[in-house]
Design a protein around this ligand. Sequence first.
Ligand SMILES: [Cu+2]
Length: 164
Amino acid sequence: MNSLKQPEPTADSGLVQFARTWPSLALPTAFALAVIAVPLLVSASGRAAVRAGPRQVRITERDFSIAAPRVVSPGTVSLRVRNAGPNTHELLVARAGASRMPLRSDGLTVDEEVLEPRIVGTLRPGAPNDVRTLRVHLSPGRYVLFCNMSGHYLGGMRRTLVVR
Ligand SMILES: [Cu+2]
């Protein structure tokens, strides 16, 4: 393997080199770096504790409809998907195209293979009363939320979501 022959670009190789040149200074320098690094780690985790993850967008699935906000702002969001049943439902999120959604030859389901480049997230089938979350990154544009269980898309389980 070629990669084994290449010099290893490790984070501390500069420090090792430095230690060979200035052995008496290497340890104090390493210590100084550690002292600087510790407060950085603490402040980073402190911020993470204040910001409790991505924004949540509530979605409810029913036989046969999907309720969701019409507009959300761009960024990473956590879709909180509740299946209000009584059937099992899945949820796919895809960028809307200029034309209609491609259907499989059965005429009842969206062709996910054709749609694949536009799919940004998928929740596999979930039981009634399940609440699941799907984390997606949404850039500005139009999206389609839909369930692709046989006939559900055509039955009304599709919803346009605008991101702006
Ligand atoms: Cu469904």
